[in-house]
Design a protein around this ligand. Structure first.
Ligand SMILES: Nc1ncnc2c1ncn2[C@@H]1O[C@H](COP(=O)(O)OP(=O)(O)O)[C@@H](O)[C@H]1O
Ligand SMILES: [Mg+2]
Length: 364
């Protein structure tokens, strides 16, 4: 329930603990759209099972094949895009396709170079080191990573004062796959060290329908094509959200349908109880719109001010909530701050605000 937490916790395990705490609650009503606990179960294993993102996948296929043919080591790859869109999926599929080892690390939990060192020394020839949330690496760790990425060596400082010396340790040639929700927050030297950079965008409805239908089979449940479209349409273009809605609707179907089939009626009922509206907005998304309208007269309002009013960390707003609102044209980012668009008002059933400064109105 990352987006509900007031303080961002740097420790990934905090998420797991939170999930364990949540597990005791009702399975139906305790809806967490960003539940990552179950990602593994539905994660595609091979590149051919990765649905959508055609251009990215096609480009990666060429890179992988050429690298294999040259018996070379894959160049470092940066994946960016909103949460739940397939970054970790691609990062786990690629080493499998290449037949090489994979190690997984996360930017925020690497406190010092010594935390990164074991990953680097354990890296086998051609293996992949996946670094999630790479934009949140501490500067000292990032600087330690540069020579490792560039020349496959690390410089280790030993001793202090007059006795200080640096030893230079060679590493096996390996590949860093970095994932970030904020390519813009990466430092320039970090960004420059990636040979390949791919942006993953929200999914087309038809791709999400395919993901929902396939995953229904994986979960050994049946879903009608209409219900699959409905779930897809309300998932904010995001596979993780589609998967989670699918799981929740399956629970409803188990209880309400003799064969446990997910029908349109059951899907609609489930979505209503989960408070996911026609556009796929969740309670928190509508709360964002309402807050900017009520407290800031519809904007322009600064990110931090909105975050403060909602008691949600600004990072969470920017990573988890805003991307889809912007994409759906309900919010606009202007140099003076966030503004609710005409469509944003209409979506909440409100009249577009009279207090909006002229020029900001009708921009949607
Ligand atoms: N292209 C895809 N095809 C099929 N399923 C996908 C795809 N991308 C993501 N998913 C599903 O969504 C879940 C979350 O994706 P993930 O790769 O963990 O997102 P991210 O790392 O970008 O936050 C995965 O477990 C998988 O089931
Ligand atoms: Mg991920």
């Amino acid at each position: 329930m990352a987006r509900e937490r007031v303080f961002r916790d740097d420790d990934d395990h905090a998420d797991e603990n939170e999930d364990i705490r949540q597990a005791g609650n009702s399975p139906l009503y305790n809806y967490n759209p960003d539940d990552r606990e179950l990602d593994e179960e539905l994660r595609p294993q091979r590149l051919e099972d990765v649905i959508g993102q055609r251009q990215v996948v096609d480009r990666l296929k060429i890179v992988l094949e050429a690298t294999k043919k040259r018996k070379d080591v894959l160049g470092h790859l940066l994946l960016d895009g909103p949460p739940g869109i397939g970054k970790t999926t691609l990062a786990t599929v690629i080493p499998r396709e290449m037949g090489v080892d994979l190690q997984m690390a996360a930017g925020p939990v690497l406190d010092a170079p010594k935390d990164l060192l074991p990953y680097l020394t354990n890296a086998t020839e051609g293996s992949v080191l996946f670094i999630d949330e790479i934009h949140r690496l501490r500067p000292a760790v990032e600087e330690f990573l540069y020579p490792a990425m560039e020349d496959f060596r690390v410089d280790i400082a030993l001793g202090e004062g007059l006795n200080a010396r640096t030893i230079n340790m060679p590493l096996k040639r390996f590949t860093v796959i970095g994932a970030t929700t904020r390519a813009g927050m990466l430092t320039a030297p970090m960004r420059d060290r990636f040979v390949y950079r791919e942006h993953l965008d929200f999914y087309e409805a038809e791709d999400l329908v395919e993901i929902v239908s396939r995953n229904a089979r994986k979960l050994r449940t049946t879903i009608t094509p209409e219900a699959a479209s409905e779930v897809a349409r309300r998932s904010q273009g995001t596979p993780r959200k589609a998967n989670n809605i699918l799981r929740r609707t399956r629970d409803f179907a188990t209880l309400r349908h003799p064969q446990g089939e997910i029908t349109t009626e059951i899907a609609a009922h489930a979505l209503k109880i989960l408070e996911i509206d026609g556009l796929g907005l969740e309670k928190q998304d509508r709360r964002y719109l309402q807050t900017v309208i009520d407290i800031f007269s519809g904007g322009p309002a600064g990110l931090n001010a909105i975050a403060h009013s909602m008691s949600i960390p600004p990072d969470t707003l920017e990573d988890d909530i805003e991307p889809f609102l912007l994409r759906a044209g309900l919010v606009q980012r202007t140099p003076r701050g966030r503004v609710i668009t005409r469509n944003g008002y209409l979506h909440l059933g409100l009249k577009p605000g009279p207090e909006l400064p002229p020029g900001f109105r009708g921009l949607s």
